[in-house]
Structure formats: C-alpha cells, structure tokens
Design a protein around this ligand. Structure first.
Ligand code: NI
Length: 163
C-alpha cells in the first residue's frame, strides 16, 4: 500500500464528472491506497478524483478517529433515496485544506454500491456517515463544497483559501 498525493482545488480533475468503474476488482489495490492516504491525511473520506483518478469510487471511515475503524469502499455508488429536508453543517475537504464550509445535506440517505469483491450493497446511512457519503459522492460528479454554498459564503471562503 502507498500514500498517494492529494490533488488540491482548483485542480481540474476535481471539477469533472467521473467515469463508472467497469470491473470493481480492478480498483481493489487503488482503494487500499486511498484508505491509507485518507488515514494519513488524516480524513474520514476520500474520492478517486482527489488522487487524480476520474473513476466513480470513494472510500470512507467515519468512526476511526474515535478508535473504532469501519472502512468502506464504494465502487459505482448511487444515492437511491434521500431525506427531503436539508440541514447545514460544517464540512472540510482534504482537497481544500484549512477551509470549513457550512453545507446543506440530507440527514439520511440510502446508498447502493459495489464492493471491490463485486458484491452489491445497500445501506441506510444517517448522521456523519450520510454527510460524508454525500460529500464523497459529490466529488464523483465534479462537485466540491464550494459548489454547494451561497455566493457570499463561497467568496469569503475562497478568499480565505487563497490567502
Ligand atoms: Ni472532499
């Protein structure tokens, strides 16, 4: 396994929609490197475009910082259902270091994905897992936190990031 360099916004790879993975087993090694990269960063989620790979794949572990690792590798994830309401909460991004945005998200979603072993999974996520999955899923569509907030907050945060 190895720690990969993390692309920083506004690297163009972070603003492009990613292509579906055709064979989940082919990204198993990449997913392990992504988990190692995420833990080293340290972060709770990492999407393939953040390491320069434009494929629909992300990894997350929302509990490891509390001492109970629960790594998940999501290949070709789909949000099949989500809450109607949106609740804003603070989010960082490993590609926009030092910046915290208040991003509105659905408090729960149903996520379907393929594992690197080729199994189809579907799970209802809530709390930090729901937020993290929506954040990482956005990366696969070329969307970052800046794209989910109002113009005023965005201008202020972009200035902070550039500064
Ligand atoms: Ni991010």
């Amino acid at each position: 396994m190895s720690v990969l360099p993390i692309r920083r916004w506004p690297d163009p790879v972070l603003s492009r929609p990613c292509a579906p993975v055709s064979d989940a087993s082919e990204v198993a090694a990449l997913a392990q490197d992504m988990l190692e990269t995420m833990y080293a960063a340290p972060g709770r989620g990492l999407a393939a475009p953040q390491v320069g790979v434009a494929l629909r794949l992300f990894v997350m572990d929302v509990t490891w910082k509390e001492g109970a690792p629960s790594p998940v590798v999501c290949v070709n994830p789909e949000i099949v259902e989500s809450a109607a309401e949106r609740v804003a909460g603070p989010e960082g991004c490993l590609s926009i270091p030092g910046v915290t945005a208040e991003v509105p998200r659905a408090p729960w979603i149903v996520l379907r994905w393929t594992t690197p072993e080729g199994a189809l999974r579907e799970e209802r996520l809530e709390g930090p897992a729901a937020i993290c999955a929506q954040h990482e899923y956005d990366h696969l569509d070329g969307i970052v936190t800046f794209d989910r907030i109002g113009a005023e907050q965005r201008a202020a945060l972009e200035a902070e990031y550039a500064g």
